[in-house]
Design a protein around this ligand. Structure first.
Ligand SMILES: C[S@@+](CC[C@H](N)C(=O)[O-])C[C@H]1O[C@@H](n2cnc3c(N)ncnc32)[C@H](O)[C@@H]1O
Length: 429
């Protein structure tokens, strides 16, 4: 089987099941261990194709006169792979001849693809359509990001075309940041201290997978984006004033934020609907030798805990994840407006429930890794209007305030070198 065929199969699994490329690949290779040697090449090829899928479809239409939508999903993805290799890879055309034959295409057609440049494909398109095709993001997403007044929108979309910045959170109860950086250097992992958060390392270069070191297994660090670590610091700054008190993350799996707060000795509880996610909290708690995190499976819409016992509550619901498109470019292939509507309904229900059941003076953090108004500012505005809750300032504040709500914090991938993120701090009155 050719590397292109394997890649097309993995893209098809990812699209059909709406799972990450990583998960789709692990499903494929568990069935075909004889092809494991293709893994690194497939990882690169599937990621690059997912990043540009709309542009590749446009090339098939404009240059070859083919409508990819009329092909079955596997052949559509094989065509995308072929177009990608013809246009963006400096390889002899003879190397992709077998693939083109499988799609019924001749040498002349492949040569035409090779001679095509992006500008030709984008000619004649409106501004929004051009952005949508060039960066392979659905049109409605561009509309939503523009509506949210994301600064330098094209800069953001361009940033999503590359590998994301990586961070690790240091288990400061086990090792110092300097010592960990020294130890990781031995694996070819070069990291520098983050300027804003004292327990964070920014990965400059890595030649070893971050989960494959002895230090990871020993729990000396956790792979976590800066935006998410920032939420832990905001909670910790409240805890400094409130003293020892209970914290709950009502959407707690896989435990990134609660294990962070607990590593400083505070008691946290994580609730999650999914058993798999609860098991992940357990795994991280054990790995990092965290003694003050508890976890329970449950539906927080009908929460199995008395919320009036907690002075700090975190609501970090599932969202469209549009702030993570550099981490998961495959999401661009399937995300739809229906997802936005579904997520915002659940977010609203969850936030309402939590605010209603919490005690007076409880601090409630609401955060998401997306940048749409419906999932962020609109949620906060409506809860403040409807229930007895106040929007307040927070610390640390290293992002940008929203043009729609001054006290909330936004993080932009291209400006903050993080995932796209939103944080609001509320107090129940
Ligand atoms: C964005 S993740 C939370 C990340 C987590 N706070 C952390 O810091 O690691 C959202 C989580 O919400 C969980 N979830 C979704 N609906 C839920 C519900 N009704 N009750 C509890 N958890 C839910 C999902 O299983 C998922 O693990």
């Amino acid at each position: 089987m050719l590397v292109e065929e394997v890649s097309a199969q993995i893209l098809t699994i990812s699209l059909k099941k709406r799972v990450s490329l990583r998960l789709a690949a692990s499903e494929f290779f568990s069935r075909r261990p004889d092809l494991e040697h293709l893994k690194p090449a497939v990882r690169v090829l599937t990621t690059e194709v997912a990043r540009r899928f709309k542009l590749l479809d446009r090339a098939a239409e404009v240059v070859l006169g083919l409508d990819p939508c009329r092909l079955d999903p596997y052949r559509r993805n094989l065509l995308r792979v072929l177009v990608f290799e013809s246009m963006y890879r400096d390889i002899p055309l003879s190397r992709i001849e077998k693939v083109s034959l499988k799609l019924g295409l001749g040498k002349a057609q492949v040569r035409k693809l090779r001679e095509t440049d992006e500008r030709t494909l984008l000619r004649g398109l409106s501004y929004v359509e051009r952005l949508s095709v060039k960066y392979s993001v659905p049109r409605w997403v561009i509309d939503e990001l523009a509506r949210a007044r994301v600064p330098d929108l094209e800069g953001l979309l361009e940033f999503f075309m590359h590998d994301p910045p990586r961070y690790i959170r240091v288990s400061t109860h086990l090792v110092s940041r300097e010592e960990l950086a020294r130890r990781l250097a031995r694996y070819g992992i070069e990291c520098v201290p983050d300027e804003d958060l004292h327990d964070l390392l920014y990965i400059v270069k890595m030649s070893t997978n971050l989960t494959k070191t002895e230090e990871y297994v020993q729990g000396l660090y956790h792979i976590q984006d800066k935006s998410s670590v920032l939420v832990g610091h905001a909670i910790l700054s409240d805890l400094k004033k409130l003293g020892k008190t209970l914290v709950v993350d009502v959407t707690g799996g896989p435990g990134g934020k609660i294990t962070h707060v607990s590593q400083y000795g505070y008691h946290c509880v994580g609730v999650d609907l999914s058993w798999r996610r609860v098991k992940e909290i357990e795994r991280h708690v054990k790995r990092m030798h965290i003694e003050t995190t508890d976890y329970v499976r449950g539906d927080s819409l009908n929460i199995p805990l008395r919320l009036d016992k907690f002075r700090i509550i975190l609501v970090d619901p599932e969202c469209t994840g549009l702030g993570r498109l550099h981490h998961s470019p495959e999401v661009k292939m399937w995300i739809s407006r229906r997802d936005l509507i579904k997520h915002s309904k659940l977010q609203r229900a969850l936030l309402r429930k939590i605010v209603k059941e919490s005690a007076r003076d409880t601090v409630i953090y609401y955060c998401t890794c997306t940048m749409t108004l419906d999932e962020n500012e609109h949620q906060i505005k409506s809860i403040v209007e409807e229930l007895n809750v106040e929007l307040t300032d927070m610390e640390p504040f290293i992002g940008y305030s929203s043009p729609f709500l001054a006290k909330v914090q936004r993080l932009y991938p291209h400006l903050n070198k993080t995932t796209g993120f939103f944080i609001a701090r509320l107090i129940k009155r």
